[in-house]
Design a protein. Structure first.
Ligand code: C2E
Ligand code: MG
Ligand code: MG
Length: 584
């Protein structure tokens, strides 16, 4: 049967008098190592301290030497003052202070964190004659806890606050509007070409790019602002305290420009651009989630408008964002339901107006909205990862059509078909093989195919894309730089790439005749391109004036509504058979 534990009759014994027991207990308490036990009078003078206190706080002093001194003799001013105030309150109210975690500041060594409990010290008559307490060093726990909290609220790659902390900061910023009316701006920032960089240069460089973007965003923000990384290549900025004359557009402009500034990483010259969406509110009751969605919708608007820019939220964007979700799911179905088809726009020799080739341009026959142009869905497809399937379809269908045409006679020997590529395939080292398979399937010479790459795709990228282009070129496929004049590649860049064709963008052509400077630039570009063995094509020719101007500067080929619009395949044969384009 279990009984009460009994001490062995021969073990050490307690003293017999109550006074001696009391004395022994106090002595044990005061001898505890590591625990800082102290007794003080009403003015904060020590009257008794433990050995742990002496060793840690007053090394070299005896217990007697400590008596009469105060916290101001041992600690930094800040801690001594705070402790004094706590003790005065305890004396005044008679209430203890239990388990306060406080920063103990020191004059001659590092501060630490302590857990302190203090009680009133009472006389036998019950009067408060001082305080006594115990405190212990808990620095290790506090630091560990702080690290955990930091980790849970910060992004480990950039050190910026994360999604959880962002929500908190946003709620705080909104609540602050209640106390002090004003405006805050929320910016949703998404990098435009991050995936290309990550895929072609590796994650180490990808991470460095994210850190640098974080630094730049922080540099353009004010101290009270918040810069957060949501994950992936998405960042959010909260700009509080916008003054009446502070235009959020200026912030948007600073952000976009700060990111687009080129930087060197791992020996590569990289350019990253960002699209930003801005929403501004003065409503303390605004829903943080809705604000983020609105800023996101505005950011998406900036992507659609051509990236590397910002857009300020307007309610119409909210419906556009919803519409883009619908369009995305419809586009997925369109791919399976064969709703995509191609039109072909002819390219003519400027000299004799003969047909030299066609450019395949994709169209979407939407079941209810009629035919949709690529500008309305290519960006969406790029964003939502559908572009690969579209470009593959276009490549295969264009090659099939060309092979069908070539079964008939009468085509020029150098007749080519041009296909537009988005940047995504170009980081895939296996892309050349994909092209080779398609050409083989349709039994076509590689030189019959010309792949058009927008100039903006090449900006600042020195790695994967160039390698893929070099492989394609070595295989015999022709390469064209599309929309030349809208990005900022240099001709030196083009020389390295061994490009066959340069297509001058319509926006440039439009300015011919209006500005002699633009004509001079086109003239210089044409001469240099010829020197590099490239063919020069003028795009989007709408007037005879533009056509004449291009002829006078020795441009090789022209493409534009003046000569022919994008047409169904059957209509192209007419031009092959000598049907002269307008104007004859
Ligand atoms: P792009 O490659 O620069 O194609 C030329 C665009 O200019 C075509 O628009 C064409 O219809 C239009 N155009 C040609 N001549 C004239 C003219 O005289 N005046 C005017 N105002 N426009 C002219 P489209 O077909 O709407 O294509 C727009 C862009 O969409 C293309 O620009 C290209 O970047 C992209 N795209 C088209 N098809 C594809 C495709 O299959 N895959 C990919 N990734 N992008 C495509
Ligand atoms: Mg093109
Ligand atoms: Mg173009």
């Amino acid at each position: 049967m279990a009984g009460r534990p009994r001490s062995s009759p021969d073990g050490p014994k307690l003293p017999t008098s109550r006074e001696a027991i009391r004395q022994l207990c106090i002595e044990n308490l005061l001898e505890l190592p590591g625990e800082h036990i102290f007794f003080k009078d009403r003015e904060g003078h020590f009257i008794l301290v433990s050995r742990g206190f002496l060793e840690d706080q007053a090394p070299g002093l005896s217990a007697a030497e400590v008596i009469g001194k105060t916290d101001f003799d041992f600690f930094g001013e800040q801690h001594a003052q705070a402790a004094f105030e706590d003790e005065q309150r305890i004396i005044r109210t008679g209430q203890p202070m239990i388990g306060k975690i406080e920063r103990e500041t020191h004059r001659d060594r590092e501060d630490c964190w302590v857990l302190t409990t203090k009680f009133p010290l009472r006389s036998r008559e019950g009067e408060t004659i001082g305080v006594f307490g115990i405190s212990r060093d808990v620095t290790a726990q506090v630091v560990a806890e702080q690290a955990l909290t930091f980790q849970s609220l910060h992004d480990s790659v950039t050190g910026l606050v994360n999604r959880i902390a962002l929500r908190d900061r946003l709620s705080q910023a909104l609540t602050a509007l209640d106390r002090r009316p004003g405006r805050i701006a929320l910016l949703f920032i998404d990098l435009d070409n991050y995936k290309v960089i990550n895929d072609s240069f590796g994650h180490d460089i990808g991470d460095k790019v994210l850190c640098e973007v974080g630094r730049r965003l922080t540099a353009v923000s004010r101290r009270a602002d918040t810069v957060a990384r949501l994950g992936g290549d998405e960042f959010v900025m909260i700009c509080t305290d916008l003054h009446d004359d502070d235009d959020p557009r200026l912030v948007g402009d600073r952000v976009v420009r700060a990111v687009a500034h080129p930087f060197v990483e791992g020996g590569f010259d990289l350019t990253v651009t960002a699209s930003a969406g801005i929403v501004v509110t003065d409503d303390p009751n605004a829903d943080p989630g809705q604000l983020l969605r609105d800023a996101d919708a505005a950011m998406y608007g900036a992507k659609v408008a051509g990236k590397n820019r910002f857009e300020v939220f307007s309610p119409s964007l909210r419906s556009e964002a919803a519409a883009s979700l619908v369009l995305e799911s419809e586009l997925r179905q369109a791919l399976d339901a064969s709703q995509l088809f191609l039109l072909y726009q002819p390219l003519f020799s400027i000299e004799d107006r003969t047909l030299r080739g066609v450019e395949a341009l994709v169209r979407w026959r939407h079941p209810t909205r009629g035919v949709i142009l690529p500008d309305a869905f290519i960006h969406l497809a790029e964003e939502r990862g559908l572009i690969g399937r579209i470009d593959n379809f276009v490549l295969d269908e264009a090659c099939r059509q060309l092979a069908e045409w070539l079964t008939q006679d009468g085509w020029p020997d150098d007749f080519t078909i041009a296909v537009n590529l988005s940047g995504r395939e170009l980081v895939d080292p296996g892309f050349t093989e994909v092209v080779a398979k398609i050409l083989a399937r349709h039994d076509l010479e590689p030189s019959r195919l010309c792949l058009e790459i927008a100039e903006t795709t090449l900006n600042g990228d020195a790695g994967g894309v160039e390698q893929t282009l070099a492989a394609l070129s070595a295989y015999g496929v022709r390469l064209a730089i599309d929309d030349f004049g809208t990005g900022y590649s240099t001709l030196a860049h083009l020389r390295r790439l061994r490009v066959d064709v340069l297509k001058i963008d319509r926006s440039f052509i439009e300015r011919i005749g209006r500005s002699t400077r633009d004509s001079e630039i086109i003239n210089a570009i044409t001469m240099m391109s010829h020197a590099l063995g490239m063919l020069v094509v003028g795009e989007g020719i709408e007037t005879t004036g533009q056509s004449d101007e291009l002829a006078s500067i020795d441009c090789d080929q022209v493409q534009g509504f003046l000569f022919a619009r994008p047409l169904p395949a059957e209509a192209i044969t007419e031009f092959r058979d000598g049907g002269t384009p307008h104007p004859a």
